[in-house]
Ligand binder design. Structure first.
Ligand code: FRU
Length: 548
């Protein structure tokens, strides 16, 4: 250590490379602990950090490396190389760097601040321990656990360095983050995708009777679709070979499902054609390794982002008529089409329908192999979490069950918060017999409300300093600039509101309207109040944190 510090002062590192002002440098070191510690200064110019092993590049990172003072520390897992010599190369490191002392190692990954109690940490929404997160990936139930993989930048609070982070849960609510499942390779960083359980071992990747968990993703440099697998749900084989060649630049986000009637695997991914049309391409495979192009479905063109990025394909029974089943094809912004799918071709029966009426809910995915046969969706919720020194950024939505319901306009998707969420309820306030205005102090909560507006009056529901307003004249629900048309049902407005410190998820119109609003609430203001209208029911449940 002393030697290293001396070398830094002198500007000379172990390998003998001159370490001058803003020059690349490298050093050899022996991996001794679980983590290599990399200090981060939010907003600092990005450096490229490479790790080489036996002449091969094994990790590459773009990082806002702290030179003087660090905002937080990121951790690179080097445990698999314990006892081996690694070559660390950093480009453009300044000579006077005080904080970055190559090489710091640690067996603990210690957070700045109290983990999961941070001011903007959603208390019942998943967010990563550290770094940036976007799309949920590879949602699947495997070996008694739900797996949530996610687009992750472990080294910064903004997008970049896409890895697949990994968390598991037994109940869809309490997630344990395990570390990175997939790392950037020569073929590129790891973009979005999905996971399947190969129960019949069609791939031959199973071991000792254990079905493999197989992951599919896009490699962003080659724009090919890659494959990785695991037989323990913890460690992953990630070969250099990919399984579907590039169709066009940027094509991405494979979602794979098992299609029982044709006994084939089906992969859908998004591609933009030369005339800027968004298309979803369908491929089939008997064994998850050999894929054949089958067909494609057109969406919007250019800025019309119908069927753009992160496609989803699943079958749902019609509520109340279980023998009637339909296929749903949707993509990142939640617009969807309903139709028939025979394992090769999707035939639209309903054109573009809108299923989300809120803000910044994106790239949602449903869980493959769900044990109760439910269709459960989780979406990336672009919460405003990168403020006041938070060392993590972005959230996932609460899990929601999807149903296909008959309406006067035809079949429509409806969303319902999963039943498991009821287990978070701690205290119940039943104020159904009260008259408005009511007022009570709570923390994070769920509100179930049925109310009739008085003639021409507005209803205002205020939670931790933010208001949700219903304008009876316009039949409009609004919150923080987000607006949706919500007709009354038999003269009543029925709302289910989940209020975490990072915003509201509002459900109304019997699940047909889902309005997420990403707005930070003031948790010092404990007040929930309702004014205007005649109350029929008001239940307020205080919710426990999922991090306890
Ligand atoms: C959607 C998306 C995907 C892509 C990923 C990259 O949010 O752009 O299309 O795979 O994010 O992080």
């Amino acid at each position: 250590m002393i030697k290293l510090i001396c070398q830094l002062v002198l500007g000379i590192v172990t390998s003998g490379t001159l370490f001058a002002q803003d020059e690349s440098f490298n050093t050899l070191f022996i991996a001794e602990k679980k983590w290599m510690v990399l200090p981060v200064k939010n907003g600092a110019p990005k450096k490229r950090v490479d790790i080489w092993l036996d002449g091969q590049l094994v990790r590459y990172i773009d990082i806002e490396l702290a030179e003087d003072s660090a905002d937080w520390y990121s951790y690179l897992d080097i445990s698999q190389w314990r006892g081996r010599e690694l070559d660390l190369r950093v480009n453009k490191m300044s000579r006077s760097a005080k904080t970055f002392k190559p090489v710091q190692q640690s067996d603990e990954d210690v957070n700045a601040g109290e983990l999961y109690k941070e001011k903007y940490r959603g208390q019942f929404h998943f967010s990563p321990k550290r770094g940036w997160m976007n799309d949920p990936n590879g949602l699947v139930y495997y070996n008694g656990e739900y797996h949530l993989f996610f687009q992750h930048n472990p080294y910064g609070t903004e997008w970049g360095n896409m890895h697949w982070g990994h968390a598991v849960s037994k109940d869809l609510l309490h997630w344990k983050e395990l570390g990175e499942a997939l790392y950037p390779k020569q073929y590129g960083t790891i973009f979005s995708g999905s996971a399947v359980v190969d129960s019949n071992n069609t791939s031959g990747l199973g071991q000792n009777g254990q079905a493999p968990l197989v992951l599919f993703f896009t490699c962003d440099r080659s724009w090919t679709q890659g494959m990785a697998w695991s037989t323990d749900g913890r460690t992953f084989e990630q070969p250099d070979k990919t399984v579907v060649p590039r169709f066009t630049m940027g094509n991405r986000d494979p979602k794979v499902i098992w299609h029982a009637p044709s006994q084939k695997w089906v992969m859908v991914f998004w591609a933009e054609t030369e005339d800027r049309r968004h298309t979803i391409r369908f491929y089939t495979s008997p064994n998850l390794k050999d894929w054949t192009y089958a067909s494609s479905v057109d969406g919007g063109t250019g800025d019309d982002r119908f069927l753009f990025e992160c496609p989803e394909l699943y079958e749902l029974p019609v509520e109340g008529d279980p023998n009637q089943k339909k296929w749903i094809l949707t993509a990142a912004d939640g617009q969807y089409t309903i139709g028939q799918f025979d394992g090769v071709k999707f035939t639209k029966e309903a054109e573009r329908l809108k299923s989300v009426h809120g803000r910044d809910y994106y790239a949602a995915q449903t869980i493959n192999n769900e044990p109760k046969g439910r269709r459960i969706e989780i979406g990336w919720w672009r919460t405003k979490t990168n403020i006041e020194g938070m060392t993590f950024n972005q959230s996932q939505s609460i899990p929601m069950e999807l149903k296909l319901v008959k309406t006067k306009d035809g079949l429509r998707l409806a969303r319902f918060p999963v039943k498991e969420l009821e287990s978070l309820r701690t205290k119940t306030h039943d104020l159904s017999t009260s008259y408005t205005p009511v007022e009570l102090p709570v923390n994070e909560c769920e509100l179930r409300l049925s109310i009739s507006p008085r003639k021409s009056a507005k209803i205002e529901i205020s939670i931790h300093g933010k208001s949700i307003i219903y304008d009876a004249d316009k039949q409009e629900l609004s919150c923080d600039g987000v607006k949706a048309n919500v007709p009354l049902v038999k003269g009543k407005l029925n709302l289910v509101i989940f209020a975490d410190r990072i915003g509201f998820e509002i459900f109304t119109a019997d699940g047909l309207l889902f309005m997420p609003v990403n707005v930070n609430l003031d948790m010092n203001n404990k007040k929930v109040s309702i004014a205007g209208g005649k109350l029929h029911q008001l239940l307020v449940y205080e919710l426990a944190s999922i991090w306890n």
